[in-house]
Design a protein around this ligand. Structure first.
Ligand code: FAD
Length: 382
């Protein structure tokens, strides 16, 4: 029996996690309202990789066709030597099912928003929620909202997380990141990881002839947390000035870029208290080195709706949700943190690591995906 039937659910935050949760609850019969502080449901124009584990949940919510039409299907992950512009090896992604794809963030939000609209989800825009009462109720646009469940999907600076957890200070990782997109004629559907001592850059194509760029540099100075601080593209070019011609020619095309500091946050201790739950970046901000922040938020959202639907009480459903999710999320976050170290090696360590990748690509090409099968093959809908 569906426990979510006619339940009133409030979702705070209309990002990827919040909209996925809204859709998942609505599909199981709940009355869902999303409260989003921004005046429109959209995202800044950077890209996003949706890996098979995230795609499985989105497909199960009825979005398979729209997703296939809006993304670039990835054929490979290609580690590159950023200094020599040489391909180190190539790991084939074509066997992945569902497919691994690259999206504009705005396109993914649009697909989710249309899915929500079709499922009867109400969306209140310009609704910034500043506090919750202990019973999970809150003020929105001058009225008190008292849902059966309040879902905090309000991102890295989550108000809801702070209401149900002790304060936990983020710390600077010693890394800053730029993101940009450029016009490109190179639409080779692969994600390239350009590795250089103390730096790396990830590039992949998006629909519409653009190349998405995320470039990371180790640094002792802090940059502000949050994505929207514009920077001079000359600083980005300078950071990679000693790299090979291909990196320099890509960065030579950048006209606009944003810079931000990468901060680590501990995974929240409590993912639910009373009739309040959190998911996605609100529960576990994730560094972008494994392309999993949004994928984990999507998995959380699906799991939360399903656990609440299946358990005899809301409380039991929320407990099941945290038990099902926390260990997996911690493992993924640790794997992402480790990737940053491996990408930035220098000297002998770098030569050994590149030789190891080359050998793996020749002798055991399936080893790369086998190592990640715990991540990509996971089926939150099973
Ligand atoms: C450069 C970069 C590249 C990345 N690449 C990938 C990738 O390839 N694959 C991947 O899986 N992940 C990637 N990520 C991570 C991913 O973007 C995030 O983990 C994901 O967007 C988190 O989704 P969310 O819904 O939890 O939070 P958010 O996307 O932050 O959404 C939160 C929403 O809540 C709203 N909000 C916040 N506070 C309030 C409030 N008080 N009241 C009402 N509304 C509120 C915000 O306006 C926002 O719309 C990347 C991140 C970065 C920085």
């Amino acid at each position: 029996m569906s426990q979510n039937q006619s339940r009133d659910i409030a979702v705070i935050g209309g990002g990827i996690g919040g909209l996925t949760a809204a859709l998942a609850f609505a599909r199981s019969g709940a009355n869902v309202t999303v409260y989003e502080q921004a005046p429109a449901l959209t995202e800044v124009g950077a890209g996003l990789q949706i890996t098979p584990n995230g795609a499985r949940a989105l497909d199960a919510l009825g979005l398979a066709q729209a997703l296939a039409a809006s993304g670039v299907t990835a054929q490979a992950v290609v580690p590159m030597d950023a200094m020599s512009s040489r391909e180190i090896t190539r790991f084939d992604l074509r066997t992945q099912s569902p497919q691994y794809r690259f999206y504009h963030r705005a396109a993914l939000i649009d697909i989710l928003a249309r899915g929500c609209e079709g499922a009867g989800v109400a969306v209140k825009l310009g609704a910034q929620i500043t506090a919750l009462n202990p019973d999970g109720s809150f003020e929105a646009n001058g009225a008190t909202v008292r849902p059966a469940l309040t879902v905090g999907a309000d991102g890295i600076h989550s108000v809801v997380r702070r209401m149900i957890n002790k304060p936990s200070g983020p710390f600077f990782t010693g890394q800053v990141a730029w993101r940009a997109t450029i016009k490109t004629t190179k639409t080779d559907p692969v994600a390239r990881i350009w590795m250089a001592p103390g730096r790396h850059m990830v590039t992949y194509p998006l629909i519409g002839g653009r190349l998405n760029i995320v470039a990371v540099q180790q640094r002792s100075q802090w940059a502000e947390e949050g994505w929207n601080h514009s920077d001079d593209p000359g600083n980005l070019r300078m950071a990679f000035a000693d790299c090979g011609w291909e990196v320099k020619s890509i960065l030579g095309e950048v006209e606009k870029t944003n810079l931000w500091g990468l901060f680590r946050h501990p995974v929240a201790e409590n993912w639910h208290v009373g009739s309040v739950a959190i998911l996605g970046d609100a529960a576990h901000p994730t560094l972008p080195f494994l392309a999993q922040g949004a994928n984990l938020a999507i998995e959380d959202a699906y799991a939360l709706a399903r656990c609440c639907d299946a358990a005899a009480s809301l409380d039991a459903g929320l407990r099941d949700y945290q038990v099902q999710r926390r260990a997996r999320v911690v493992k993924a976050i640790e794997a992402a943190n480790k990737n940053a170290r491996n990408y930035h090696l220098s000297g002998v360590q770098r030569r050994i690591a590149h030789a190891g990748l080359r050998t793996m690509g020749k002798v055991a090409p399936a080893a790369f995906l086998n190592r990640l099968s715990w991540l990509y093959d996971y089926d939150v809908t099973a």
